[in-house]
Design a protein around this ligand. Structure first.
Ligand code: GAP
Length: 468
């Protein structure tokens, strides 16, 4: 039966690295040249999974609401954006260099954890790797720098954005005027961000190029606490209800006073229990009027809001839920991964929520003979209009089922020799491997019915019920 244990499985990340490469979820970037540290490419299945995550977020945060507008802003922005936001001055981590044998570079505030990971006492002296002497800590800015135009001098220096958030703050008035929203309302965007992390790692958990899904929700000053609570609760529900992650592996962790960023009055992280410990998937922050005030000061443009009801002009406060696509993707794979023994053989299954799975239906002709492959192909083409589908006619049927289990396809439709006479096919469910025979004429509603059954099972599993 399915694994319902929520204890971390330490070798799981290694298994997922290998499965991701073999099946086409995630590849190391530029691999034929030896790769590039902490940057990844997403393969055919990874792209599908990411699109499902992003679409689910977009649907909940934008499409199903009246009060949130989407935007897509540029990766490279005016340098002053990052001066005003404080990133030029303070977006840095403390860095130390090893002066001993390995000459590696470390984050000074991660040294204890890095030592423990290498089986050493947290308070051991020197470099976590070789024990060598370390330099004094110095601040290292995490923004990637480049030059705009042909002249590579300081006046042309620009940054790749380290977060998507600032694109929304600097467009506050544009969106307000164009959309005619009134407070409270939000601006949301998904897009790539870049950070020159000193100690990236844990596969795609901390990488140097990643994708964010952020929303800035503008409220009247005084209403921020209520909206902060609202967004903390709504965001937690998304992970369980829409993504199907197990609630037992999630928690909302409030930041202690000392942990808060200089602009925040409250912050909580949605965290997942990774095999390497609890890690952040999303930060929800009450950012006061810090960003709009800073941009108003630096740009000289009026970024205030006029409230017609009260005749007041003020700078709105902001609640920001900021999530990372890559970490969520990794989380979905970890949460879905299961191994079980079936007839003496190991079966690997990704028990994705049916709406997250890269494919919902795989069509498999029983044999490679044209009398089966041609109608099976036609059937798969018909189903495409209703579901994301895959088609596979290679190898023995048992191996093809295993492959679909391993990539998390909820349903496999098998077209066999009897199908030619009885105009029926078999639907096999990924989770319990049960099969039902259904007439081809009723296939679409029957698949829908099966997916609904699996959606209900995924909801029970996410809430903690035992079973697949
Ligand atoms: N605008 C606020 C902001 O960017 P953050 O907590 O630094 O907040 C939000 O980032 C989310 O972006 C994180 O919760 C995480 O999911 C993702 N993220 C941040 N840095 C990342 C990295 N180096 N690799 C992968 N994801 C990252």
């Amino acid at each position: 039966m399915a694994d319902t244990v929520t204890e971390p499985r330490t070798d799981l990340i290694e298994k997922l690295v290998s499965l991701s490469k073999q099946r086409g979820f995630i590849f190391p970037s530029s691999e034929i040249y030896g790769g590039i540290n902490a940057i990844y490419d997403f393969g055919p299945l990874g792209v599908r999974l990411r699109r499902n995550i992003k679409q689910s977020w977009y649907r909940r945060m934008v499409e199903l609401r009246d009060d949130v507008e989407p935007i897509e802003t540029s990766v490279i922005m005016n340098r002053n954006v990052w001066v005003a936001s404080g990133h030029v001055a303070t977006f840095s981590d403390p860095l130390v260099d090893c002066l001993g044998k390995c000459q590696k570079r470390w984050r000074a505030d991660h040294l204890a954890d890095l030592r423990v990971e290498r089986g050493k006492p947290a308070d051991a002296a020197g470099c976590p790797e070789c024990g060598g002497r370390l330099t004094e800590a110095r601040q290292f800015n995490l923004m990637f720098r480049t030059f705009l135009g042909p002249v590579a001098d300081a006046s042309a220096e620009v940054y790749l954005r380290p977060e998507t958030a600032q694109g929304m703050f600097v467009n506050f008035t544009n969106v307000l005027n164009a959309s005619r929203q009134r407070l409270p309302f939000g601006i949301a965007q998904q897009g790539k961000s870049f950070r020159n992390e000193i100690s990236p790692g844990n596969f795609i958990f901390r990488s140097r190029e990643f994708e964010q899904m952020e929303m800035e929700y503008f409220v009247r000053p005084g209403e921020q606490d209520r909206w902060f609570e609202y967004w903390c609760s709504d965001r937690m529900d998304w992970y369980v209800d829409d993504l199907g992650l197990r609630r037992a592996n999630l928690r909302l962790r409030a930041h202690a006073e000392a942990e808060l960023s200089h602009y925040a009055t409250a912050a909580s992280d949605v965290e997942y229990r990774f095999p390497f410990g609890w890690g952040e998937l999303e930060g929800i922050a009450s950012r006061t009027d810090f960003d709009l005030t800073q941009h108003q000061k630096t740009s000289g443009r009026d970024l205030s809001y006029f409230d017609q009801a009260t005749n007041e002009r003020f700078i709105p406060y902001v609640i920001e839920p900021a999530a990372g696509v890559d970490r969520i993707l990794l989380t979905l794979m970890i949460d879905a991964y299961d191994e079980e023994e079936v007839r003496g053989e190991k079966r690997v299954v990704l028990r994705f929520h049916p709406d997250m799975a890269p494919f919902q239906v795989a069509v498999l002709p029983l044999s490679k003979k044209a009398e089966l492959t041609e109608p099976a192909r036609r059937l798969e083409h018909d189903l495409r209009r209703h579901f994301p589908t895959d088609y596979d006619e290679t190898q023995a049927i048992g191996r093809r089922y295993r492959r679909q289990d391993e990539i998390g396809t909820p349903l496999a439709v098998t077209f066999d020799f009897d199908s030619l006479d009885d105009h029926a096919v078999t639907i096999r469910r990924r989770d319990d491997m049960t099969q039902v025979r259904v007439p081809i004429a009723e296939l679409v509603p029957k698949i829908q019915e099966q997916l609904d059954i699996m959606r209900s099972a995924a909801a029970r599993r996410a809430q903690g019920a035992v079973g697949p």
